[in-house]
Design a protein around this ligand. Structure first.
Ligand code: F6R
Length: 590
């Protein structure tokens, strides 16, 4: 959600904070702010993007910055962080769940608030506890807060010192030539920090006297290892400008290649026992990652004959799930920090289940919680809309499904060797872009559309619809092709667009019937298939030939023209594909 950064440097830190916020902007971009501590504490905060801060400057080596994704209180200058209270300034990512009660109590004691945020409440609590010892004050102030937080705090009479703390929201510390840092995540420090260390829940970090120290919840010193950030997380700019989303779609073949070689070198033996004996598997994730989990559920159940229950992480927690010892939970998260997914993992672990995680970010929270973690090699994904990470998630999950079969039945699926061809097939899918472009141009004025599919094609349809909704801001629904006639056909009239993904030979005719139902009501039909004959015989108005792979693997390539289609729709409608409205890259609140 929000991005926080803090810096202590022997040079002016404004530039480092500003650049850091620019790199963090994918976490939220409805307002931004910086506090710099020099001869005095100066706070600048503005509604809108980080670039609004370029109008300000202050000298000083200690500072904090924030880029906001609003939860409590609308985007406004007043609700933007940093929040000042007495001598301190604070930036916060997370949600203080008991903020209303705390605020009422503080107001009863005469405190006046200048924002509607939950964050200002903790700023006040820390300020009231502050008596020259910033670390103790942060601890005391936060001891009353329930919920998730990562905070960074400075005090106007303590230049050269910064204190940060975390509970359930991500926080890393970094050391680089331009200073010592705390930050919401590793990719945003890439290129700035040469060494990074991830804080654990309950940790406090103090930067002072040229060093970074970690403390546990009782303020006893603890050791956290500093390591070099992975090479592929370093470059965060698009060569030649342009949009990250477009560049990241272009990186899919490379990302698949890198992920494939990482998988080939991975040792799955540690999870052999759990997979071999698993009688039930649960798969959880959110958003795009959930769609990859749906594909996994279909493929793993079919191949290994194990029931796989797939559920969005937010729903899983409140069912409550019948999960326990002997079960395996597969949790998928690009960022490794999604609050709902992490809570699902914690719940599964507390019931004795074995957890396998798939993530793009090594040393993320999900990796530290899981019993076994598969780290894909998609590289930093900056555009908010997930693209290359989805393809790589699918690859990892195919691999996992294959291991499941191997451990259970001592054989690999028929399609296993074709995984080697996935990068090449992804590259071949780029030849669909000209058609996807034309389709986007035709449909950019549409008010709504359906994406139809059956089996794993339904997962692709859902992912295509999500991309269109989030970046092109067109209502879209991924729908089972066979369900259309049970009510939803009511929306289909003259020109209503329906895209159908049909990659399963046994279901081609069924999908075609759905398109015929649409066509006979005047709808506009688009068909995506790797079967030339299916396309030739279809009544569709628009036809796109996909590269061919074994059917089980088709979701990893069939989605590529849909990702590109959504991107082009978005551009055609005049929106920024890298910054969808009301979305954040990493959803660290529930
Ligand atoms: C959509 C998108 C989101 C994420 C979801 C889960 O393009 O990016 O739907 O997929 O918020 O995020 P992760 O995978 O980081 O857990």
């Amino acid at each position: 959600m929000c991005g926080i950064i803090g810096c202590v440097s022997d040079k002016d830190c404004y530039g480092a904070l500003y650049d850091g916020l620019k790199r963090l902007e994918y976490r939220g971009y409805d307002s931004a702010g910086i506090a710099v501590l020099g001869e005095k504490l100066s706070v600048f905060k503005k509604k809108g993007g980080v670039s609004n801060l370029s109008a300000f400057y202050a000298r000083g080596g200690t500072g904090i910055g924030h880029t906001r994704w609003a939860t409590h209180g609308a985007p406004s200058d007043a609700n933007a962080h940093p929040h000042r209270a007495g001598k301190i300034a604070l930036v916060h990512n997370g949600i203080v769940e008991n903020y209303a009660a705390l605020k009422a109590e503080l107001e009863g004691e005469g405190e006046r608030f200048s924002s509607e945020t939950d964050s200002e409440v903790i700023a006040k609590l820390i300020s009231r506890a502050y008596r020259k010892d910033l670390l103790s004050a942060v601890r005391e102030g936060l001891s009353r807060a329930e919920g998730a937080y990562a905070v960074a705090v400075v005090a106007e009479d303590r230049p050269g010192e910064l204190v940060a703390a975390k509970n359930k929201s991500p926080l890393v510390a970094g050391k680089g030539a331009s200073g010592l840092f705390v930050c919401s995540d590793i990719p945003a420090l890439a290129g700035t920090a040469d060494f990074i260390a991830r804080a654990e829940d309950g940790d406090f970090i103090r930067i002072a006297d040229g060093r970074i120290d970690f403390f546990d919840k009782n303020l006893n010193p603890v050791c956290r290892d500093f390591t070099r950030p992975r090479e592929e997380l370093r470059a965060l700019s698009v060569a030649g400008g342009g949009y990250f989303m477009r560049a990241e779609i272009g990186e899919i073949p490379r990302a698949l290649e890198d992920t494939l070689s990482a998988l080939k070198n991975a040792d799955f033996a540690p999870c052999a026992r759990a997979l071999r004996s698993a009688e039930r598997i649960f798969a959880v994730a959110c958003g795009t990652a959930f769609h990859s989990a749906l594909v996994f559920a279909d493929v793993a159940e079919r191949e290994a004959g194990v029931p796989v229950l797939c559920c969005t992480a937010g729903e899983f927690r409140y069912r409550p799930p019948v999960i326990g010892e002997g079960d395996v939970l597969v949790a998928v998260s690009q960022s490794g920090e999604t609050a709902d997914t992490l809570e699902a993992v914690r719940l599964a672990k507390s019931r004795g289940a074995y957890v396998v995680a798939v993530t793009n970010i090594g040393s993320s929270s999900i990796e530290s919680l899981a019993d076994f973690c598969i780290v894909m090699r998609a590289g930093a994904e900056i555009a908010v809309a997930a693209t290359k990470s989805y393809n790589c998630q699918l690859l990892c999950l195919y691999y996992l499904a294959a291991q499941l079969l191997f451990f259970k039945r001592a054989r690999l699926p028929e399609w296993f060797s074709a995984l080697d061809r996935l990068p090449e097939a992804a590259q071949a899918a780029f030849s669909c872009f000209a058609e996807a472009d034309a389709l986007a141009d035709r449909l950019k004025g549409a008010g709504a559309m359906y994406f139809l599919g059956r089996g794993t094609d339904l997962c692709t349809a859902k992912e295509g619809a999500l991309k269109v909704k989030e970046i092109a801001r067109v209502f879209a629904e991924g729908y089972p092709a066979g369900e259309l006639k049970h009510g939803s056909l009511a929306l289909v009239g003259e020109g209503f667009p329906v895209a159908c993904i049909s990659t399963c030979a046994a279901l081609l005719k069924k999908s075609e019937s759905a398109l015929a139902e649409v066509k006979s009501r005047g709808g506009y039909c688009a068909l995506f298939s790797q079967y030339p004959r299916a396309l030739a015989e279809s009544c569709a108005d628009f036809k796109c030939l996909l590269p061919a792979l074994p059917e089980a693997l088709m979701p990893a390539v069939a989605v590529i023209p849909l990702q590109y289609f959504a991107y082009k729709m978005c551009i055609g409608r005049g929106f920024d594909p890298d910054k969808p409205r009301n979305l954040a890259k990493s959803v660290t609140v529930e």
